[in-house]
Design a protein around this ligand. Structure first.
Ligand code: SF4
Ligand code: SF4
Length: 184
């Protein structure tokens, strides 16, 4: 029984169609055969905000994001098609194309460019202070004004009492020092 099975397999291998194709001369309809295949990463630069999340998420350092220069770069030959960057992208602009990166004898990186809007100019510190100064003071009701005056009066009295106590303390300390000086 075992040898019959083996013979059948051998004959099928000898006369049957090969399971492989002569890639890259022959290509299969990957989209139809493997619709969920992770071929290579593509970025929709119209949506990308160059936040750098994909760069941080990539476990092999295949992506480089230069926000200032407006460049998004991927090394397709370093990428391991884990799709981690696709899941982490906050704008959903990354996707896995079913086709693998082009077969090549020379390694190269894929660079996408986008002109980012210039950052808004910072307001000078003086301008903010001026704006605060220009703000009109809220108007107080007569009752509120009376309360403020009362509080100020109390604070002034407290301050005066503290100053008086400090002066008295200094005066009391002087005679105590004198005998000590005389004893010498
Ligand atoms: S995570 Fe997405 S939006 Fe951010 S830089 Fe990468 S591709 Fe662009
Ligand atoms: S698919 Fe994985 S390895 Fe490739 S760029 Fe994205 S995170 Fe990096």
């Amino acid at each position: 029984m075992g040898s019959f099975k083996l013979g059948k397999m051998t004959l099928r291998s000898l006369f049957g169609k090969p399971a492989t194709v002569r890639y890259p001369y022959e290509k299969r309809d990957i989209e139809k055969l493997f619709p969920n295949m992770r071929g290579h990463v593509v970025n929709d630069m119209d949506v990308c905000i160059l936040c750098g999340m994909c760069q941080r998420a990539c476990p092999v350092g295949a992506i480089t994001v230069d926000r200032k220069g407006g460049d998004w770069t991927i090394d397709q030959y370093r990428c391991i098609q884990c799709a981690h960057c696709v899941h982490e992208c906050p704008k959903n602009c990354l996707s896995m194309d079913v086709h693998p990166a082009e077969a090549t004898t020379e390694l190269y990186v894929t660079k996408e460019h986008k002109d980012m809007p210039a950052p808004a100019a910072k307001k000078p510190a003086g301008a903010a202070a001026g704006a605060a100064a220009a703000k009109p003071k809220p108007k107080l009701t007569p009752e509120q004004e009376a309360r403020v005056a009362e509080a100020r009066k109390k604070a002034a009295a407290k301050k005066a009492a503290a100053a008086k106590a400090a002066a008295e303390g200094a005066a009391d300390a002087k005679p105590a020092d004198k005998p000590a000086a005389e004893a010498e």
